[in-house]
Design a protein around this ligand. Structure first.
Ligand SMILES: Nc1ncnc2c1ncn2[C@@H]1O[C@H](COP(=O)(O)OP(=O)(O)OP(=O)(O)O)[C@@H](O)[C@H]1O
Ligand SMILES: [Mg+2]
Length: 231
């Protein structure tokens, strides 16, 4: 690790204070005063029972939805105030979901290129970057196939490559191994780990499973819309 990486680690890339979000005109308090700081380059897991607010929190971090109250700063952007949420999402964030969400009529490499369409990257550079990441996830031999000809684990590896293609600051992964058997899940987690270090990104992973959560440097748990730190 070079000096740049060490100094980077000391900066907060996420700062959340007293964040609240309710649904159904206030009847469902999904987030009820969340406080969280995450250092640049950290890998953290978010745990908690079903319905505790994990996905809601991840959606706030990725600006897929807006909070009602409190403050949330991600990669230097104040998400309660900025008018450039689309730009924030496409430049700073990579998403990985439980189900890969690949587009069936595009090839593997075309799927990986999607987040670059909105940038000014040339076609040649898009292809080179997508192929680099497909090599990182050991799928160089599958680049021209359609997603429906791949296994579940292979599809999730394509989703990882797609999430990283635009050099995001943060990867938000919601149950990335939730649809896979434990052996395939392990392969995916090893890949995510390696690629997170190589690309030097912050990784926030939601999971139900303690064994999966333990992969992270830090585990936080959502309970009744609030966060507690596991020591
Ligand atoms: N769009 C919505 N409209 C109304 N209620 C919602 C909406 N999204 C989430 N909720 C509610 O907010 C609470 C938190 O939901 P959330 O999806 O964040 O839970 P979760 O921890 O991700 O659960 P799971 O582990 O099952 O994915 C739940 O009570 C849920 O029913
Ligand atoms: Mg969820």
């Amino acid at each position: 690790m070079n000096n740049h990486n060490i100094s980077k680690k000391n900066e907060n890339i996420i700062e959340i204070k007293n964040l609240k979000k309710s649904y159904d005109k206030g009847k469902i308090k999904a987030l009820n005063g969340i406080n969280l700081e995450v250092k640049d380059g950290e890998f953290i897991s978010i745990m908690g029972r079903s319905g505790s607010g994990k996905s809601t929190l991840l959606n706030m971090l990725g600006a897929l939805d807006t909070a009602d109250e409190g403050s949330i700063e991600v990669a230097g952007i104040d998400l309660m105030k900025t008018k450039k949420l689309d730009e924030f999402r496409s430049k700073k964030i990579g998403f990985i979901f439980q189900f890969h969400n690949l587009i069936p009529n595009l090839t593997v490499v075309e799927n990986v290129e999607i987040p670059l369409y909105e940038t000014k990257t040339s076609n040649k550079d898009m292809r080179a970057r997508a192929l680099e990441l497909l090599d990182d996830v050991n799928l160089s031999h599958r680049v021209d196939q359609r997603p429906n000809t791949l296994s579940g684990g292979e599809r999730q590896r394509v989703a990882i490559a797609r999430a990283l293609v635009n050099h995001p600051s943060i990867i938000l992964a919601d149950e990335p191994t939730g649809s896979l058997d434990s052996k395939t899940g392990d392969v995916i987690l090893n890949l995510l780990n390696d690629i997170q270090k190589k690309e030097n990104v912050t990784l926030i992973m939601v999971t139900h499973e303690p064994e999966v959560a333990k992969r992270a440097e830090r585990i936080v748990t959502v309970l009744d819309g609030k966060l507690s730190e596991n020591c």
